[in-house]
Ligand binder design. Structure first.
Ligand code: TRP
Ligand code: ZN
Length: 888
């Protein structure tokens, strides 16, 4: 908790550590009330450091003992400051012995050592190790760890830490011990231990090289029927990294542990990945297709960190995207490769871009906007953002787009050749990519240093006589906090030209030597504006620009409705087919929003004859398209995405319009929806594969449209699906449809669902979330749900399921004109702040776009922000978010 004004940390202030740590030996006497931690470490002076003193950091610790080179330190030899332990002028080689005490059962922050359902877990990234012992807790200090765990044998039969188990046994008094040794040097943020009553599914797995490794998935008793998918995902991950990047698992044993109290998705601790249960536990009864896909990608993500993050780590936390952007890119590619088909890859790409637009574009346009490699922070936990992760992944993807798959692989190989075992910077990754390919990527650095989403304007000119087609690309980037002026980026723009039949024209660029004329070409925009002239263009084309979303920019291009419908029907690039439909829908939604704001009535007739209706009907009925693709194409842009397109956000008008459009499409295409519903049933045994999941997605989208009609037939359809479903995907889709309707069975279904799944925490989360996001749920209803015995703010998943789902996922209710949603938000931020600052700060982000709203709402949001700001004992996590929201 804050006692003074929090300090801003600057990237430019980086200095190397004054001492390196070579070895760390730790002994834990695990006790929920008071755990004693004895640490012995050997350190060595760093000749490159200007500092003589050795500074260790510690937080919420009791220091019991401090010895240097075998002797107790006298009070004159060190100073215990606020969060620091400074030892004055130590010798060049030091052995430190430190004994500290922590209180795991009282630790609700879920950082450091804590207790969840009676078991011990740690979370050390980014700065949690300092809650376990005094240490130079920074990622460029890498050491070899040996860890002894001691605990009551009956209460804590399983004792795990990083690396290899080298010894275990009893120590009397009903206690036992285990010794773990991690053969690899690692930064402290990758340390982990787990102790408690857990069971595992295990398997030996043979690597390509023939070496055998032990794989384990650890869960609480009773959950062994939910580990198979995580295990399969792990094996797929191991194989994929061998095949795609030539990277082998470097340990003999690899463990995944599931914990129900967890701040984020999962954590890549060396050899001992710790996961939120949400990203491990699955069987058809409790998990949806989305859950299955999430597990696959998060298991992959954490596994891939073993090379991109652990073997090569970050010099400092400003370089976070070095590991996160790269590892997200790798997990995205992994999921895409596992689907295997071109259309499957496109579906995955669309889903990833949707996340970027829904969450990262707003961040980049708001008060917390920061570059992929930030220049400063107050609390590093606030910088585990969609910019670092998702935009960072887009930046990595652009290397591959510019260098080709093979060129990218060469760059990766060189990166590991140069930096294995090191803590490095984003610049080192860029240098490896450039050097391995003989390319100058100097300008590309701007993607790391400049915040904001670039705009890319496209102007075209066809010269029928000369048969040339000129494409002029113009870039700009809006100002962001602390960055008024921007330099032009190096932007790869993938482009194709469609002829009147909808076929790709061969591309020949004037002034270029080309062996062949490809259908898609990557133009490299490096200036503020540049013209690219295609030759031998025999007719006026329709351009398909930014194919596959080749750069994270906003594309400004003037299409007619007919051209968009044409692209949606014909583009060989599936991403741009989807994109064309979204543009068409967005255009309509913005026009209708304007109409609502002018008090005009929305008329069905106008829509039914519109291009949008025809284009959607065509896509829905196009059997040549994957169901998964059709589901994406027929989903209207979300309320958040529409909001970002408005100068002044009107959440109520947006909500009314989206609903109106959905109802119009529901009634005008009713027969088509019913056909799609019937055609995409998946009878028989449940399988989460992409084809079956795609069918269910389209069928359930059809159901949601059909239920927009809110009549007896629709209710019956939803109720029947709810009663007969053999998997959670169909179950929850039907329940969601019922919950958003006036069906007579609505309340019964909600009650029976709860009773059926009361014992499954992850399903209870879904139950809260679907109610929180239902359009009839207002603030009062959320407050009532908070009184439900199953609700608690202490479990992050549960808090997210109700509070976050309402504040972020139910805009029309949250933005109630009386400001009651904002008051509720402020109360919950304040309550969470006292329990778990990291989670509280995430919720605090909800209002950071407040300046974009109409004055009446703005005023009430500002009042809520000020209420939080005025709270005593705000964590620096929450304080940073609120301060930046108010001042930027
Ligand atoms: N490094 C983790 C990942 O990307 C995420 C992470 C960072 C995390 N800090 C955390 C997880 C704190 C839990 C708690 O996979
Ligand atoms: Zn990660």
């Amino acid at each position: 908790m804050r006692t003074d004004t929090p300090q801003t940390i600057y990237r430019k202030d980086y200095t190397p550590p004054s001492y390196w740590v070579d070895t760390v030996e730790m002994g834990f006497d695990l006790d929920p009330e008071a755990t004693h931690v004895a640490t012995r470490m050997t350190l060595r002076r760093n000749p490159d450091s200007p500092n003589r003193n050795l500074v260790l950091v510690g937080e919420s610790l009791r220091l019991e003992q401090l010895r240097m080179n075998g002797k107790d330190l006298s009070k004159r030899q060190y100073a215990l400051g606020r969060g620091t332990l400074e030892i004055f002028n130590p010798p060049d080689n030091v052995t430190l012995e430190i004994e500290t005490v922590t209180h795991p059962a009282m630790n609700t922050s879920l950082m450091g050592l804590y207790v969840s359902n009676g078991n011990f877990f740690t979370q050390c990234e980014a700065e949690g190790f300092r809650k376990i012992t005094y240490f130079p807790d920074r990622p460029d200090v890498m050491a070899k760890y040996t860890v002894m765990l001691r605990a009551d044998k009956e209460k804590y039969p399983v004792l795990l830490s990083n690396g290899n188990l080298i010894e275990q046994g009893d120590i009397g008094d009903g206690r036992h011990y285990a010794v773990w040794e991690d053969p690899f040097k690692k930064p402290s943020y990758l340390f982990a231990l787990v102790a408690g009553k857990l069971v595992c599914q295990e398997e030996t797995y043979t690597l390509k090289s023939g070496r055998e490794v032990l794989l384990q998935v650890w869960v609480e008793d009773g959950n062994l029927d939910k580990t198979q998918h995580a295990m399969d995902s792990l094996k797929n991950s191991i194989r994929w990294d061998e095949e795609r990047f030539g990277l082998e698992l470097d340990l003999d044993r690899f463990m995944i542990v599931a914990v129900s109290d967890f701040n984020m998705g999962a954590m890549e601790n060396k050899g001992l990945n710790i996961f939120n249960t949400k990203f491990v536990l699955a069987n058809p009864r409790i998990a949806t297709d989305t859950d299955y896909a999430g597990i696959e990608s998060v298991v992959g993500h954490e596994y891939f960190h073993n090379w991109t993050g652990n073997r090569v780590t970050c010099r400092d936390w400003f370089q976070l995207s070095l590991k996160e952007g790269l590892t997200v890119f790798r997990d995205q590619e992994f999921s895409a490769d596992l689907i295997g088909t071109d259309s499957g890859r496109a579906v995955k790409r669309i889903e990833d871009v949707r996340v970027l637009r829904q969450a990262q574009f707003p961040e980049d346009a708001g008060p917390m906007a920061h570059p992929v490699r930030p220049d400063s922070y107050v609390e590093i936990n606030n910088f585990y953002t969609v910019t670092i992760y998702e935009k960072g992944a887009e930046v990595v993807r652009m290397y591959q787009t510019l260098l080709g798959r093979d060129g990218f692989r060469k760059g990766m190989d060189l990166y590991f050749e140069r930096h294995d075992g090191q803590a490095v910077e984003c610049d080192d990754f860029r240098a490896a990519m450039a050097d391995a390919n003989g390319r100058d990527l100097k300008q590309f650095e701007l993607w790391y240093s400049q915040a904001g989403t670039p705009r890319l304007k496209v102007d075209t000119e066809y010269d029928a006589d000369a048969q040339t087609y000129a494409v002029t690309l113009t870039q700009s980037c809006p100002p962001t906090p602390g960055q008024a002026e921007k330099q032009p980026f190096h932007i790869p723009v993938a482009i194709g030209l469609l002829d009147a039949r909808g076929k790709d024209m061969p591309l020949r660029l004037e002034g270029e030597q080309q062996d062949e004329a490809p259908a898609t070409m990557v133009l490299e925009l490096t200036e503020a504006t540049q013209t690219f002239r295609f030759k031998q263009v025999t007719e006026r084309p329709v351009p398909s620009v930014l194919r596959g979303f080749s750069a994270p920019v906003v594309l400004d291009i003037a299409y007619t409705d007919d051209e968009l419908a044409f692209l949606m029907a014909n583009d060989s690039d599936a991403f741009n087919r989807w994109e064309a439909g979204q543009r068409l829908a967005m255009r309509r939604m913005l026009a209708l929003t304007g109409a609502v704001q002018n008090n005009q009535a929305l008329s069905d007739a106008e829509l039914e004859e519109g291009t949008l209706n025809d284009a959607f009907r065509a896509a829905l009925n196009d059997e040549a398209l994957d169901p998964a693709f059709r589901e994406l194409a027929l989903t209207l842009p979300s309320e958040t995405v529409v909001a970002e397109q408005m100068d002044v956000i009107d959440p109520h008008a947006i909500h009314a319009v989206r609903r109106f459009l959905r109802r119009s499409l529901a009634s005008s295409l009713r027969g088509d929806w019913m056909v799609a519903y019937q055609a995409n049933r998946t009878p028989g045994t449940y399988s989460p594969d992409a084809i079956a999941a795609g069918k269910r997605a389209l069928k359930n989208l059809a159901l949601s449209y059909i239920v927009e009609n809110d009549d007896a037939d629709a209710h019956h359809l939803a109720q029947t699906q709810y009663d007969n479903a053999n998997n959670m995907t169909d179950r929850i889709a039907a329940l969601t449809a019922l919950a958003n309707s006036s069906a007579p069975g609505r309340a019964d279904a909600l009650n029976s669902f709860y009773e059926e799944f009361e014992q499954e925490a992850l399903v209870v989360d879904k139950w809260f979330a679907l109610q929180a996001m239902s359009r009839t749920t207002d603030v009062a209803a959320v407050r009532a749900l908070m009184k439900h015995p199953a609700f608690t703010l202490k479990n992050p998943n549960r808090a997210r399921s109700l509070i976050f789902s309402f504040c972020n996922g139910n805009p029309s209710q949250f933005h109630a004109v009386d400001g009651s949603g904002y008051q509720f938000w402020a109360e919950q931020v304040i309550a969470l702040n006292a329990i778990n600052p990291q989670v509280a700060a995430r919720l605090a982000r909800t209002l950071d776009r407040w300046r974009k709203y109409a004055p009446a709402l703005q005023e009430k949001m500002h009042a809520a922000l000020k209420k939080v700001a005025a709270t005593k004992e705000l964590s620096k996590d929450v304080l940073e978010v609120i301060t930046k929201s108010i001042s930027n």
